[in-house]
Design a protein around this ligand. Structure first.
Ligand code: NAD
Length: 319
């Protein structure tokens, strides 16, 4: 069944891939984005379709959000500050762009009578989990970054709206999502570093950090699949590819794909890349797989595919 769907953060990396799928399925789509990290070119083609509209506004502007929410059946709430490191410098970033923004989305939904919300949460809600791969029912949840705290607060606000105002929710705890149109993250950073200096690649930490990676179209497909197939009041899933890739291996893959002959990979040392970085994160994906879903890429294949795509997009070999 097609619906009128709002995607907050729809001009961003993951949001724009999700919109490709939602439009393909014949939905009406409202993109709500302030373009702080989103890009017009990511949605320009879809905006030629009369079923797609754009509201260029901030989620902190509740009035605009309430107006835009009219007639919307379902929200995919993806907008947030995507940079975990920023929280170490500007400490209210995630509180505003994560927690308060999510409150505004829910309040606008309550006022407009919109009942369904899917939320881009993150594996960082698990903090430094004692159990790996970490299943969805692991607890207690003690995030170690301000970004992680805002994701956990977002989940809690959403379930409170389910319990109090009768919403239905899909909470997605993403692995590291990588792929075409990536505008941040480790692969993106490595390619920019190589562009600045093709002889040397500095890696934050000791390279032993290891996390799950998921290709962005796999992620978008999983979200749409779970929303259409899972019907609890609160549906919560890890979205990942079931294995991990180390930062050292990512550096090697990026160097291999760059074609630069002699790159010295240098590690800054220490077990984590920055304060609040979860050095090891491995997501259990049995619950996702049991819904009859399979990814097209494992972690290393997703990393290699992304390195190839971003080397082109960033223009590594262009002066
Ligand atoms: P992104 O930065 O590309 O997308 C975020 C989008 O939200 C951007 O288009 C930005 O302009 C918009 N936005 C930000 N603040 C806004 C505001 N106040 N009002 C309106 N629009 C706003 O990042 P992404 O990687 O596509 O991430 C999407 C979501 O997935 C985020 O919630 C992120 O925390 C979550 N997530 C991403 C990853 C990952 O690896 N990329 C992992 C876990 C969770």
């Amino acid at each position: 069944m097609t619906s009128r769907v709002m995607v907050t953060g729809g001009a961003g990396f993951i949001g724009s891939h999700l919109i490709d799928l939602l439009v393909e399925a014949g939905n009406e789509v409202v993109i709500y984005d302030n373009f702080s990290s989103g890009r017009h070119e990511f949605v320009a083609d879809n905006l030629k379709n009369p079923a797609v509209s754009l509201v260029k506004a901030d989620l902190l502007d509740l009035k605009s959000l309430v107006v835009a929410m009219k007639g919307v059946d379902q929200v995919y709430h993806l907008a947030a500050n995507p940079d975990i490191r920023l929280g170490t410098e500007v400490t209210d970033t995630d509180l505003k762009q994560g927690t308060v923004a999510t409150y505004n989305v829910l309040e606008a939904m309550r006022l407009a009578g919109t009942k369904k919300i899917a939320f881009a949460s993150s594996s960082v809600v698990y903090g430094e989990a004692a159990v790996m791969p970490t299943p969805e029912d692991y607890g207690p949840l003690f995030p170690i970054s301000l970004y992680g705290a805002s994701k956990l607060a977002g989940e809690a606000l959403i379930t409170s709206w389910v319990g109090t105002f009768g919403l239905q929710a899909w909470l997605f705890r993403f692995a590291n999502i990588v792929g075409e149109r990536g505008t941040h993250g480790v692969i993106f950073d490595f390619i920019h570093k190589l562009k600045a200096d093709p002889a040397r690649l500095e890696v934050l930490g000791d390279g032993h950090q290891a996390k799950s990676y998921m290709e962005v179209r796999d992620c978008a497909r999983a979200m749409v699949h779970l929303v259409s197939s899972q019907n609890e009041a609160v549906n919560f899933f890890n979205l990942g590819s079931g294995d991990v890739c180390s930062v050292a291996r990512i550096a090697e893959v990026v160097v291999e794909e760059s074609g630069f002959p002699e790159v010295s990979i240098e590690y800054t040392g220490g077990s984590r890349g920055w304060a609040g970085d979860v050095a090891k994160a491995s997501l259990a994906v049995e619950k996702l797989n049991a819904t009859n879903f399979a990814t097209n890429f494992d972690s290393e294949a997703a990393v290699r595919h992304t390195a190839r795509a971003l080397i082109q997009e960033i223009g590594l070999h262009e002066i």
